[in-house]
Write a protein that binds this ligand. Structure first.
Ligand code: FES
Length: 283
């Protein structure tokens, strides 16, 4: 006889929790869209999730309960028993109505929370890929030293190495490049890079493909570039492929040409992303 009233106040608490949850979701969405403090957004989110949690627990623990009751009765019912049964049936009908209302509230609370959660998609930001594929090197960019001086065909002798940047972008971290001049005829370029190394000049990205340190050491006897951070070694005569150490990707090569005035220029940007894999880079 007491069950209906007990269910009733539990239903009220669940309904109240769902309404509070919806308010929390709306507050979170508005706070996120208008950029109010993170504390406010966190509080609103906690209220939204807390309200849902309270309602779901009440619903699962107390309201969705299936009982099987066997009532042994006399073959014939007395009039007071029939009245009792009628009241119970009416109370049950009322319960069903309340549960439908609660179901709708629960669905609405989840829907409002889902809509509020969609606002956070904005935080995913821009696609990072175009930036990661480009450096400051452009077709025709002159190679210059760290002091801005351009490199002429006659400037370097065999086995000499120098750090270069695209003219106008000295110091650009993603564009730092090592330029080497090899002994005549020692480099046998692959067919797809046949014209990338005029007059025995060859250029590779200086950013190590392991963790981004500058690859600044050159072992001229072995024609290897060495990264001092973790001792990765790259074969200058074979596309700067890693031959030792933790690096797994070759250093990207910069296609070069020598202009009519004798100065070295880039044919294009690097053809591959420089540095470590995307997933290993800092922001
Ligand atoms: S950063 Fe070059 S080997 Fe680790």
């Amino acid at each position: 006889m007491n069950a209906p009233s007990r269910f009733s106040w539990l239903q009220r608490i669940a309904a109240l929790a769902l309404l509070v949850s919806m308010l929390g979701s709306v507050g979170f969405a508005v706070g996120y869209a208008t950029g109010v403090s993170a504390q406010f957004q966190g509080l609103a989110l906690a209220i939204a999730l807390g309200g849902l949690a309270v309602a779901v627990v009440i619903w699962g623990k107390f309201l969705v309960r299936q009982e099987r009751v066997i009532d042994l009765r006399e073959p014939t019912s007395s009039s007071w028993e029939r009245n009792d049964a009628t009241h119970a049936l009416e109370a049950g009908t009322e319960q069903i109505g309340r549960r439908h209302l609660l179901s709708r509230l629960l669905g609405s609370a989840f829907a409002v929370f889902g809509i509020a959660a969609l606002f956070t998609i904005r935080s995913l930001g821009q696609n990072p890929y175009p930036q990661l594929f480009r450096t400051k090197w452009t077709p025709g960019a002159r190679l210059v030293r760290e002091n801005g001086q351009p490199i002429h065909r006659e400037d370097l002798v065999a086995d000499e190495i120098v750090t270069v940047f695209p003219e106008g972008f000295v110091g650009a971290a993603d564009s730092q490049t090592v330029l080497l001049r090899l002994a005549p005829g020692i480099l046998q370029p692959a067919s797809d890079r046949a014209d990338w190394s005029p007059s025995d000049y060859v250029a590779y990205s200086k950013v190590c493909t392991h963790a981004g340190c500058p690859v600044g050491l050159y072992r001229s006897a072995e024609h290897q570039l060495l990264c001092p951070c973790h001792q990765s070694m790259f074969d200058v005569l074979d596309r700067a492929k890693p031959i030792a150490g933790p690096a797994t990707r070759p250093l990207p090569q910069l296609p070069l040409r020598i202009a009519a005035d004798g100065y070295l220029r880039a044919q294009s940007d690097f053809h591959e992303p420089i540095g470590p894999g995307f997933w290993e880079r800092g922001a």
